[in-house]
Design a binder for this molecule. Sequence first.
Ligand code: NDP
Ligand code: MG
Length: 387
Amino acid sequence: MKKKIVILGSTSSIGKSLLRIVEKDKKNFKIELLTANTNYKDLITQAKKFNVKNIIITDLKSFKKTKLIIKNKRINIFQNFDDLEKILPKKVDYVMSAISGISGLLPTFKIINRTKLIAIANKEAIVCGWPIIDKELKKNKTKFIPVDSEHFSIFSLLDNKSTNKIEKIYITASGGPFINLPKSHFGKIKLNDALKHPNWSMGKKITIDSATLMNKVFEVIEAKNIFNINYKNISILTHPKSYVHAIIKFKNGLTKFLIHEPDMKIPIYNSIYYQTNKSFKNSPLNFTTLNNLNLKKVEENKFPLVRLINKLPKNSSLFETVLITINDYLVYKFLEKRINFQKLIKLILKISNLKEFQKFKKIKPKNLKEIYNLRDYVHLKLETLGI
Ligand code: NDP
Ligand code: MG
């Protein structure tokens, strides 16, 4: 029987990578739904190519254009995620959640009861809404696989074993394009320099987060949430080759490393073929890299955003939404060349430290509305600050 699948954010770098995997094994998959925000051209091409019956395109202008272009009555076009029950009357086998940003939280939450398994790449959903997502996963007995490579590695290393046996988790950071650049040169960084990630090919937003190391702050929160581990038991190590993704030191004296080429195709492939015997076309072990892992502590003076981790509340809170929103807003200002790289880092630190945001550290998110209202509030605040 064909596996029924859905890709939220099919025009993303993660979504496209998944579609390349599906393309090679078309006879075993049936895509029930693809979604995008503005990129109607790619979405339409994907829908036609994979014979997809349902598409969602959220941006209104793009939705209208899609309606005009698609005359084929066999493709149903929706503008939001309100009709998931109608689109997916029976649970599908697999959903990939790959929308970027906090906008991915609502669709991720809404689709949990429409699938047997959900692979989540959308880290903002895990960082801001984990208590709500986790509750929904349990309520619907939906299997969850994290896709972010570090978290997929921890998930694989644990292999359903208890996290009580863990002494420490290390997640690695390539260090981005500026790992070897002296701090005194940071003032000269141009947007294009920051967009040139040495190892990974990803969307623009996450590429900038990798250059500032904010991505690692989010990944530490992600790891704390998913694996229910205290911050003090999670560390970051820089590792420029991105060959090791996670290391777990267990209490029994054993330490396990997980290694794979820096290609998101590997966690994505393993998520869609979870618990099957399907073989991945593997490259040989890279001994040159293995013999030169070069694992180091993060230079906090150069990448001060990692210090934000020390100020995070022990339990999930609404402050994570504040942090994600501030970062999101400022990264887009950097992408629009409105602020430079150093200013980006300085402003994230300064604004996240504002007194009025600190109270959110004590509030646990109860529902999505609360999270989205707070996002809007933080946005407004940033606008009134004239940034
Ligand atoms: P991209 O920037 O390549 O794509 C973003 C996707 O989200 C597109 O499909 C886009 O549609 C859609 N989208 C954006 N805004 C909205 C919105 N408001 N409503 C609905 N859909 C929207 O993303 P990436 O593939 O880089 O990342 C996807 C997620 O996975 C992110 O959360 C990222 O942090 C995470 N991740 C990514 C990794 C990677 O290697 N890329 C690695 C680990 C995690 P459209 O094309 O129409 O704009
Ligand atoms: Mg990652």
